[in-house]
Design a binder for this molecule. Structure first.
Ligand SMILES: *[C@@H]1O[C@H](CO)[C@@H](O)[C@H](O)[C@H]1NC(C)=O
Length: 171
């Protein structure tokens, strides 16, 4: 009996560990392609969650922007909020995007595009999530910067010291 239980626990443990790979059912495209498709890439912190659609489980967020890694000039004045420090981002919960969920206070790298025309005028002031959210680590920042530089052929020359303390790696 005892050993049977041990085996059962072991099996449960192995299944649980394997479940780390469940995400493979939503394969992440490579970073270079994601960077290519997004006209705007920025780091920011979720300030407020709004426009929750209870049917589709989608929502928008007001995000405080720390830094543009790409496409600052593509962000029109009509998109900027609160004196230009914040933007509205839609498309959270989009099932076509693997990592599509945030909570208030989360800091992430966002891959974005302006909302397409067909979404109508109410989205004109929003940027849309284009692919998965990415955690802020030194490694991730460097990888994204590298992709942007490859795309534009220019160095960004942005020292990490520009980051507010909360964006320090592993915080
Ligand atoms: C991401 O942007 C590309 C255009 O660069 C577009 O074709 C694609 O549909 C967008 N993906 C999502 C999930 O909106």
């Amino acid at each position: 009996m005892g050993s049977q239980r041990t085996v059962a626990l072991l099996v449960a443990g192995v299944l649980f560990a394997l479940c780390g790979h469940c995400r493979a059912s939503c394969p992440e495209r490579n970073l270079e392609d994601r960077e290519d498709e997004a006209n705007i890439v920025l780091t920011g912190t979720v300030d407020e969650i709004i426009n929750v659609d209870p049917v589709h489980n989608t929502y928008s967020c007001k995000v405080r922007v720390w830094r543009y890694l790409k496409g600052k000039t593509s962000v029109g004045r009509e998109i900027l909020l609160d004196g230009g420090n914040k933007v509205m981002i839609g498309g959270f919960g989009n099932p076509g995007i693997c990592d599509n969920q945030v909570s208030t206070g989360d800091t992430r790298i966002f891959f974005l595009n302006p909302a397409p025309e067909y979404m109508g005028p109410e989205h004109k002031t929003e940027l849309m999530l284009n692919s998965s959210l990415m955690r802020i680590t030194l490694r991730n920042l460097e990888d994204v910067e590298h992709c942007v530089e490859e795309g534009t052929g220019t160095r960004l020359y942005l020292p990490l010291a520009q980051y507010p303390p909360l964006l320090a790696p592993h915080s």
